[in-house]
Design a protein around this ligand. Structure first.
Ligand code: SF4
Length: 84
């Protein structure tokens, strides 16, 4: 069985560490469309200034992250990026 080594050291420099983290993933309760857009926009604004954005997006695409904002893209945007 092949072992895939996915580098995650970049996570130490993630701008989303700490109190901002809640903006990056859906809440446990149902979320309206406008609430989701506002939450994702807030997360993407943090991603825009993050020094490891490219590493983060590559990681999310490589492991097939299904939820949340990673590398400045929502789950729907990552699916679209994969489709090309
Ligand atoms: S690009 Fe966004 S999700 Fe990725 S580490 Fe940076 S702030 Fe977090």
């Amino acid at each position: 069985m092949a072992v895939v080594n996915i580098e995650t050291d970049w996570q130490e420099r993630a701008a989303c560490r700490g109190p901002h983290a809640a903006a990056f993933f859906p809440p446990s309760k149902p979320e309206r469309r406008d609430e989701k857009r506002l939450r994702e926009d807030a997360a993407k604004a943090i991603c825009a200034a993050c020094s490891v954005r490219r590493d983060c997006l590559n990681y999310a695409l490589n492991v097939g992250e299904q939820h949340g904002v990673w590398g400045g893209l929502s789950e729907a945007e990552r699916r679209a990026a994969i489709r090309g």
